[in-house]
Ligand binder design. Structure first.
Ligand SMILES: Cc1ncc(COP(=O)(O)O)c(C=O)c1O
Length: 423
């Protein structure tokens, strides 16, 4: 009997140790994840928990053509359809935590589309609403989606960021207006509960230019360009996921920048993990970031924002390219930059569609141009990661419109990757 007892005790001790070890491992793992799964691993705890933890795929055609492993992080598979879901979740969570935003409040944003769509998608999950200001030259399907999601949309003329009516400045103003309205409504409630009048003034949406309704509980300007919650979404989410999915075996990362949040968060995280990982920018036409990274100066005096007469984004790609250095971009740790052309992005999108079945948006196509440029620069045998930001579905009226492309001399003609010098 004694040996049996001892055996039992040993088995019990081993079981306890295994349980303790798995508990600790689980805790450690879930601490590292910025978007933890719910207890039942087969279901996720609401929409917000379905954001992030996106698949990483090998882009077979590009890998075979370059001799590098070219991997794409499938951000287009987020519930709101883009990489910006992560940013929307982080911005709203931080704003709620700091009490700058309350339930029933409105999140305002000046966005060329994706961030706004993500904010409009996740805001209801936090009991909030969304008001979006966008330039009127952005593909029409983006504002249609926003309205369908229940956001209010203001389309404005594209002007320089130094102009008070630049879409970002209008969005900032709208948040202040929502706060003023909320405080007036609070006073009205205190003074005259039912009549809704303060000194004969009725504080309703009509008087506020119909932008916000009678029951607005304040506003918060998401400010994706300058709000470092954007950087943190990638530093705490995208970066660690890339590291885990490649088991730390990667040589380079490349992405284009709009706000700079993605390239900054991911590059900083990866370089802190392993300073040998090279991080690069791919920059579209009209953007000053290539010059900033390679020469330290953004533009000539004549090109500075505010001095240009027309919209500075001379590119078909949407959401990337900028002529100012944002707080988010300043966090990036980059080893170099490449320029990509619109023609290359269009050709790349059709090449990936034909060879890999990947139907990607313009910034993702540009990122893949960047991945090939990096492969050509560092040579075969390396692993290169890039971001597949959104799908082609949001780009039907321009990037995937044959007539639009022909009007701009961008009709795709390539059979393979000859447009990048690969036979
Ligand atoms: C579709 C799309 N791709 C890429 C980006 C660029 O990402 P980031 O703002 O993190 O630089 C954006 C930014 O708005 C975007 O909308």
């Amino acid at each position: 009997m004694a040996p049996l007892k001892t055996k039992g005790a040993v088995v019990a001790a081993i079981s306890v140790s295994v349980a303790v070890l798995s508990y600790m491992l689980c805790k450690y793992k879930s601490k590292k994840k910025s978007f933890p799964l719910s207890k039942n691993k087969k279901t996720r705890n609401g929409l917000v928990y379905a954001v992030g933890n996106t698949p990483m795929i090998r882009i077979n055609s590009l890998s075979e053509a370059t001799g590098c492993e070219i991997l794409g992080k499938c951000e287009f598979l987020n519930p709101g359809g883009s990489v910006k879901d992560r940013v929307a979740v982080k911005i709203i969570e931080e704003a709620l935590e700091s009490t700058q935003l309350s339930q029933g409040g409105v999140v305002t944003e000046g966005s060329a589309g994706s961030t706004a769509i993500s904010l409009a998608t996740v805001a209801p999950a936090y009991g909030c609403r969304c008001h979006v200001v966008i330039p009127d030259d952005v593909a029409i399907e983006k504002s249609q989606i926003l309205e369908a999601l229940g956001a209010t949309v203001e389309r404005v003329r594209p002007v320089s960021i130094t102009h008070r009516d630049h879409y970002v400045n209008v969005a900032r103003r709208r948040a202040l207006e929502a706060n003023e309205l909320a405080s007036k409504l609070r006073k009205v409630d205190q003074i005259d509960g039912d009549s809704g009048q303060l000194n004969g003034y009725r504080s309703d949406g009509e008087r506020q230019g119909l932008v916000f309704s009678r029951y607005c509980n304040g506003g918060f300007f998401a400010d994706q360009f300058e709000n470092l919650a954007n950087f943190r979404a990638h530093y705490e989410g995208t970066g660690p996921e890339i590291w885990e999915q490649t088991c730390g075996n990667l040589d380079a990362f490349v992405a284009a920048a709009g706000t700079g949040g993605t390239v900054a968060g991911v590059s900083r995280f990866l370089q802190e993990k392993n300073s040998n990982i090279k991080c690069f920018l791919i920059d579209p036409p009209g953007s000053g970031l290539f010059n900033k990274v390679t020469r330290g100066v953004m533009y000539t005096k004549e090109e500075a924002e505010g001095k240009r007469l027309k919209n500075p984004f001379d590119t078909i790609t949407e959401g990337i390219g900028i002529n100012r250095v944002t707080q988010n971009f300043m966090m990036a740790q980059l080893d170099g930059a490449f320029r990509g052309t619109d023609k290359e992005a269009v050709e790349m999108s059709r090449y990936l569609l034909k060879n890999d079945g990947l139907f990607l948006g313009s910034s993702s196509a540009m990122n893949c141009v960047g991945a090939v440029r990096v492969a050509q620069s560092i040579g075969p045998g390396h692993t290169i990661v890039t971001i597949l930001c959104d799908s082609g579905m949001r780009h039907l009226s321009k990037f995937y419109n044959a007539e639009y492309l022909s009007q701009h001399g961008l009709t795709p003609t390539a059979n393979g990757l000859e447009f990048l010098g690969i036979k």
